[in-house]
Ligand binder design. Sequence first.
Ligand code: 0WK
Ligand code: BGC
Length: 851
Amino acid sequence: MNENTLESVQQCLNQFDVTEEQLQQIQAGILGDMERALGRQAGSSPSVQMLPTYVRSTPRGTEQGDFLVLELGASGATLRVLWVTLTGISGPRKEPVSQEFTIPTEITLGTGQQLFDFAAGCLVQFLDQLQVGSQPIQLGFNFSFPCHQTGLNQSTLISWTKGFRCSGVEGQDVVQLLREAIQRQGAYNIEVVAVVNDTVGAMMSCDPSPQACEVGLVVDTGTNACYMEEVRHVAELKEDRGRICVNVQWGSFGDGGALEPVQTPFDLQLDQESLHPGTQSPSHGRARAQAMLQELGLTPSAQDCAQVQRVCGAVSSRAARLCAAALTAVLARVRSNPERSPLGVSVATGGRLYKQHPRFSALLQQTVRLLAPDADVTFVPSEDGGGRGVAVVTAVASRLALQRRQLEETLAPFRLHSQQLKAVQAQMRESMVRGLRGESSSIRMLPTYVCAMPDGTERGDFLALDLGGTNFRVLWVKVGSRSEEGIKIINRVFSLPESVTQGTGQQLFDHIVDCIVDFQKENNLSGQTLPLSFTFSFPCKQLGLDQGILLNWTKGFKASDCEGQDVVSLLRAAIRRRQGVELNVVAIVNDTVGTMMSCGYEDPHCEVGLIVGTGTNACYMEELGNVCAVPGDRGRMCINMEWGAFGDDGLALQEFYTPFDLSVDQASINPGKQRYEKLISGMYLGEIVRQVLLHLTHLRVLFGGQEFPSLQTKDIIKTKFLSEIESDLERWQVRAILEKLDLQADCEDALLVREVCQAVSRRAAQLCGAGVAAVVEKIRENRGLDRLSVTVGVDGTLYKLHPHFSEQVKDAVRELAPQCCVRFLLSEDGSGKGAALVSAVACRLAGAAGP
Ligand code: 0WK
Ligand code: BGC
């Protein structure tokens, strides 16, 4: 072979030389693209895809079990099935059993159904030989094409590569396609638990000791890498803690032109002839060179062969060096992570080109050392092509799937369907009617002696007390003309220590009078005897507007010597005990009635009062003729339902009481009482959530089974916690809230805790909605109307502050009382204003009645 020929061959091969500077530019180019793709910055179109794989930890070595692995596309038009037995840390290592199948070209270029049926057929063939019997089998699907994953077992194919072009697959969930094909076979009970990219399989197949691999590199028919990235850098995940394996999909690097400086005419020709021109820029071996020399019209001689070898060498060297440039970009990301192991970085390697080419791996590693001299990198050949790694991911996925099932089983009783809600509505209606008739009923339907709503002519100054909610308040209410002054309120919140709410009745009422006196002094009202209305939010049998016998305490109150007593008398006695104080107690009002009156002042359609706060209850305007306890059948009277006790007679709600609810009831100071309230109101929801979290921790579904002391602490979870957790927070913000409770959670835990809160509060809202539906339907039928428009006045911290509670109540009422148009009006200034209006109305009616 003469000099000229050799010269032109050399000129040709020189094009495959990539300088160190070019490699650094490529490294920087890939790193830049990786960071843009992670940030998902608008308008940027990085050519690498950075796809989250939902693999959140490197192998722990604890994974155990038998797993079926299907490998498709890892090495071109072949398919491999493996049976992998993981034996955990202590068990003897077992070699996987595997079988390889060649995929006919007409299948790789045919329909998706053909491809997946072929794959499912291979699975059956393999299992027939293995004789695994009918046991459920968990399968890990090693699918080595660019996919957008939305979970460990949900993955949408973005585009085919490596010569595949099956129709009807791009844009589809390949796990679903495989499931359907397996079902069509109908031979084995195979559950596809995880889909994994071959690079992830390679990374996960490495022994975690002495150090787990944090990078997976595959150079085979295609090439790609994955690595453990911090989740806070992966914009689409919106998380702050922990790591996730990211599938780089670097094959498409340069599709935007970044590789032009190193591309040769041969590469461009190859690209044009490829199935996907312009994508997946070049990295292939001997065959290409062969074709190249034939284009030069040479017939190979021995020397020719040597030249051929030189060509192959040039092409593969460039491939190894380009791969190294890309790998050092990945290493730069891994090394920027403060949480990474101090022992340098281990890279799992896989793929026939990397393993079998005599010089590829060495040249790659050499180039990595050149481009990242201070990187302490260990290359670990992945075992059995990542089959074991896929099995490890499958083991993790099945553990997570089991956890999901256990979570669903735990929360299923909280998910109520409309039939159940209709039953609650009907049972409540029955109990209401029995209560009105004075028959035994868990809903006592207490007459309040409030028979008229404010009409705007009320006037005067009133004192009001508001006891029974989160805060104890004393109010000065000035009722002026609706058009001019309207209603002005001056109020003050006073603390109510437990020693008072759970002390003696005398202590409680003396404390109340002390607060009134302080308030009068502060507002220069001392010595004035204003009519006083007492919002007393507990079940009272009223004998008149200013007489109410306390039937029983609720909401954690248990002051002694009060139950069975007239609360107004107890207050008047305390006033008498306090020398020099004159107060004119004119009315005792339940907070539901106060709320209805205060909203009724704004909206004359308001005929229902609803409280969902510490406790829950409702009142409404009933036809006097239906109220057996009060003589007369004309007009209406407001009935305080005391629905919190619904079900206390064991005739309703039994089926809804989960073991968690029973624990909360048993631990309360009034077990067996207020059973409806204990499923709905703010005082109890946090405790129900705590019980469920404890249960899920026992099942190791939460917090890795770690039993944090704080979770054992009664009432540590306030209902405010549910409102915060269920509001529109990112996972890391939820995690931060858990941390405030000394619960060390990862983002998965945070999500699960949120699901528990959502299930508990949604059930509460639905049950409350069923109650409201029973009330408005009663009013509609009382009046023989086809359609009723009515307003419900509402108050209570749970209804007001929880992000979704009020909407969920409205949804339930809309579904259960379709013939009622119900407006929910939030009460301003609470029921103190309403209580003053009750007195004002009483004074107006008394005035009308004349002296
Ligand atoms: C504010 C009302 C008060 C009622 C309370 C209920 O003024 O009468 O008892 O709402 O809500 P909670 O404070 O229990 O959340
Ligand atoms: C009380 C009701 C009160 C409700 C809301 C319940 O525990 O029994 O009287 O209306 O809480 O505060």
